[in-house]
Design a protein around this ligand. Structure first.
Ligand code: NAD
Length: 281
């Protein structure tokens, strides 16, 4: 049995603040996308669960969404492909008739020293992590503009929550494609927020630090490795849980954050606080 860091997440009930709303989450068959899809459902939203290859995982997430009392629709699509994203939104139109919340979450890493990075590695990461998010934003915004505002559902015409990373501001050796995509997301979401604020469309971002998804936990082998490798970078001294990100997503999707637009929330236990300077540097 591999060692995993202890869970220290405080309990919290998700309130039913998204009743009657329709959401789409990409890359929702596992990890953060799955947690966000379930969190939105617990808050009352029906959810289209996009997946790329893991249909079994997507079905498990759909079952959790339904256990929360919401509707789930599954759709397989590669978010880097324009025609597949358009098909996904047309399915959403057919099944739900509207969209209130879009969470472009899909993201991959294809790491290499920069001088050895292939075009394939560069283009695939930019294609999924940046272009994929743009395509989902574009398709959502078209629909938000067409729908306008219905205050019985939300005071916004629509909400987008882009999944970014602390690496939209922290440089990352060996991951230049990933950091470039995440940095791109930061100004993409701010530009969209500026362009469509007068239409009452809100575009915000979530930048997680080290969250307990397989990507991070697989790198750890022991409590010592956890202390030495990960906690060294986290002033709050615990690994993040997918629920930490889901709770922030629910708040950004709800009218409780109505005046928040063009912002990125760092869900990172202080990872962006230059931990090397703790104690005076
Ligand atoms: P993950 O690997 O568990 O999930 C990534 C998801 O993206 C999967 O569901 C995968 O199927 C999907 N995906 C991959 N290629 C796709 C494609 N072409 N089309 C559609 N979907 C595709 O990773 P995760 O940790 O849950 O990461 C989710 C997001 O959060 C990513 O954007 C990642 O960059 C970001 N993030 C994660 C962490 C972390 O600590 N886990 C930290 C910062 C940012």
């Amino acid at each position: 049995m591999p060692w995993t860091p202890p869970k220290e997440l405080p309990p919290a009930d998700i309130q039913q603040v998204l009743q009657g709303q329709k959401a789409l989450v990409t890359g929702a068959s596992k990890g953060l996308g799955a947690a966000v899809a379930v969190g939105l459902a617990q808050a009352g939203a029906d959810v289209l669960i996009n997946y790329y290859s893991d249909e079994a995982g997507a079905r498990e997430v759909a079952a959790e969404v339904e256990r929360a009392g919401s509707k789930a629709v599954l759709f397989k699509a590669d978010v880097a492909k324009e025609d597949q994203v358009q098909d996904m939104f047309e399915t959403l139109d057919d099944k739900f008739g509207r969209i209130d919340i879009c969470v472009p979450n899909s993201g991959i890493q294809l790491n290499a020293p920069s001088h050895e990075m292939t075009m394939k590695q560069w283009e695939r990461v930019i294609g999924i992590n940046l272009t994929g998010q743009f395509l989902c934003c574009r398709e959502s915004i078209k629909r938000f503009l067409g729908q306008g505002i219905n205050k019985d559902i939300s005071y916004s015409a629509g909400k987008i929550i882009c999944m970014s990373s602390v690496h939209d501001i922290i440089p990352w050796e060996g991951h230049v494609n990933y950091a470039a995509a995440k940095g791109g997301i930061m100004l993409m979401l701010k530009s969209l927020a500026q362009e469509y604020a007068h239409n009452k469309i809100r575009v915000n971002g979530l930048s997680p630090g080290a969250i307990r998804t397989p990507m991070n936990v697989e790198k750890l082998t022991s409590p010592e490795a956890f202390e030495d490798q990960l906690l060294r970078l986290i002033p709050y001294k615990r690994i993040g849980e997918p629920e930490d990100v889901a709770r922030a997503a629910v708040w950004l999707a709800s009218d409780a954050s109505d005046y928040v637009n063009g912002s990125t929330i760092y869900v990172d236990g202080g990872m962006c606080l230059y931990p090397g300077f703790i104690g005076g540097g």
